[in-house]
Design a protein around this ligand. Structure first.
Ligand code: SF4
Length: 232
């Protein structure tokens, strides 16, 4: 894939209402209750106001991926044995930061202030699902693009999950232009707005099957296990 850098600011519509996890949440018992309570204003309109998807990404060459380290152009080394195995056969990798913006943070705060805890919980979950849907949609777009050359994409990883330390967030932020999408990183590696996801996935050469590290992982307490998940 040619080198490219881009910021997606608008005209980018995640499948938040038609499909994906947000849709499932809204169809559940609490979701139906929330929709009822917002009937006057219209939940679709509200979600449009709350969710402002933006994503910034860059494509880097993978110089090496072995011995628990991934070397990328830009003099960046990512420390994760699982990620190194996942990216082992990749020549390029896509680093991204995606957000749904700050509005939903204020909505959750307001609901908490009014002690509307169920509402706040659900909106929080919707926010988390929405930002995951943004990344799913983005990864799907990249997958469709690379498939034209019979390439594929790997599973994606985010700092703070699996064996990849949260402090590695700084390295992703050193590669991706996050100021353009209004995302910042605190000294303790927390992202603002809250509903923001950063990460990386690789581009696999033709004929390679994506490696899923969860299949053989012995960490029984992990909540991020991807045993049956299909790639977006
Ligand atoms: S089960 Fe969890 S710890 Fe194990 S490889 Fe998957 S994400 Fe990583």
């Amino acid at each position: 894939m040619e080198r490219m850098e881009a910021t997606i600011k608008s005209g980018f519509h995640p499948r938040t209402l038609e499909s994906g996890e947000v849709s499932q949440l809204l169809q559940g018992r609490h979701g139906r209750r929330l929709m009822k309570s917002f009937r006057q204003e219209g939940i679709d309109l509200l979600l449009d106001q709350w969710i402002e998807p933006r994503l910034s990404f860059c494509v880097k060459n993978v110089l090496f991926a072995k011995n628990g380290t991934v070397g990328l152009t830009g003099d960046v080394e990512l420390k994760s044995a699982k990620l190194a195995r996942v990216l082992r056969d990749c020549k390029t990798a896509v680093c991204f930061v995606a957000t749904i913006g700050p509005t939903i943070d204020g909505v959750i705060k307001q609901a908490n202030a009014k002690h509307h805890l169920t509402e706040s919980y659900l909106i929080d979950k919707i926010g988390s699902a929405a930002v995951e849907d943004v990344v799913d949609t983005f990864q799907h777009l990249i997958r469709v693009r690379v498939q034209k050359k019979h390439e594929g994409v790997t599973y994606r990883f985010s700092p703070g999950y699996c064996d990849w330390p949260l402090t590695e967030q700084k390295k992703i932020f050193s590669l991706v232009d996050t100021a353009r999408i209004g995302v910042s990183l605190s000294s303790s590696c927390l992202m603002t707005p809250r509903k923001t996801v950063s990460g990386i996935f690789g581009v696999l050469p033709p004929g390679h099957v994506p490696y899923n590290p969860c299949i053989s992982c012995r960490n029984t307490h992990c909540t991020a296990r991807r045993l049956h998940a299909r790639l977006p």
